[in-house]
Design a binder for this molecule. Structure first.
Ligand code: GRF
Length: 208
């Protein structure tokens, strides 16, 4: 059984998609052990509570240094014997101390087709604003392993979503969530938990 911690910063719709998939059997071999929020009061913590998963806040602002924050986060993961960390709308950047400790055991959902519209400053609605500004006809979502480069880890799954005339950042974000994020993230977690991902350099092979 793969012990999972999901890290969140906002509404938690991706967390909800994971919990629904566990409940419906679309994710097997997984135990959702902990939800870690980057700040108090985010609705994702309510969603965790409703699902019966312990939620905790580990906020960078509560620590004197990045090192102290990293230590607290790593201690939480080790105490809970976490095997896989999932970033689901988590808006802070993990330091190398964490990404090295959990090499190829942290996955993230990014609301664009990496390497487009990614990297520092590309999060939340900003990603869709950039896509609309550029005038792309297709965008989508990417699930990838997390390494020391922001949005730079090996890609696990991607799915394209059409951009429609008259789209706003909000309408595009919702379509990308509905048609891509909420499908890809649970699927990637199920593949990981069932040993179906084989990493060779930058390529991730899916063993069907
Ligand atoms: C959304 O912008 C989503 O595209 C990205 O994180 C943000 C919040 O997601 N992955 P969530 O509703 O908190 O899962």
């Amino acid at each position: 059984m793969t012990r999972i911690a999901v890290m969140v910063s906002g509404g938690g719709t991706n967390l909800q998609a994971i919990m629904d998939a566990i409940r419906d059997g679309r994710i097997t071999g997984a135990q959702l052990v902990s939800v870690v929020a980057s700040k108090e009061g985010v609705y994702a913590l309510e969603r965790a509570k409703n699902f019966g998963v312990p939620g905790v806040v580990i906020a960078r602002r509560d620590f004197d240094s990045q090192e102290a924050f990293d230590q607290a986060l790593l201690q939480h993961m080790q105490e809970n014997q976490i095997d896989l960390i999932v970033l689901a709308g988590y808006l802070s950047i993990l330091s190398e101390a964490v990404t090295h400790q959990y090499a190829n055991r942290i996955i993230n959902i990014h609301p664009a087709l990496i390497p487009s519209f990614c990297g520092p400053g590309h999060y939340g609605l900003h990603v869709h604003e950039k896509a609309l500004e550029y005038g792309v006809k297709v965008t989508g979502a990417t699930v990838h392993f997390v390494n020391e480069v922001v949005d730079g880890g090996a890609i696990i799954l991607q799915k394209a979503v059409e951009v429609r005339d008259g789209d706003t950042p909000e309408s595009l974000q919702l379509r990308v969530m509905q048609q891509a994020e909420w499908e890809l993230l649970p699927r990637a977690i199920d593949l990981f938990c069932n040993g179906k991902l084989r990493i060779e350099g930058r390529r991730v092979h899916i063993i069907e």
